[in-house]
Write a protein that binds this ligand. Sequence first.
Ligand SMILES: [Zn+2]
Length: 113
Amino acid sequence: MSEFPDCPQCGRSNVYADRDQWVCPDCGHEWPASAASEEAAGPVVRDSNGNPLAAGDTVVVIKDLKVKGSSIPLKQGTVIRNIRLVEDDPEHIEGHSDKIKGLVLKTQFLRKA
Ligand SMILES: [Zn+2]
């Protein structure tokens, strides 16, 4: 690891590595180095509350949504199990409801269950 991140708490760059953690000597903040590298791997997908979503998560639709190519609207409260993330698109996830298969949904209308 040659690239040291800036401290997410105070923004200073005197950060050093302590085993598997980053440590900021300026404000004393410590955080796991593995989480930092995970986030660098790709955009983080977040639900309407800002909670990170991962493949396999269950989400709930928070408002009625029209579905392209379907006359059935997706009702508020519909549960989508075992979601898949869309590569390079953190604003959408894919999944199936009980009635509609192959949905692509905006994460801003979803809440992690
Ligand atoms: Zn700091």
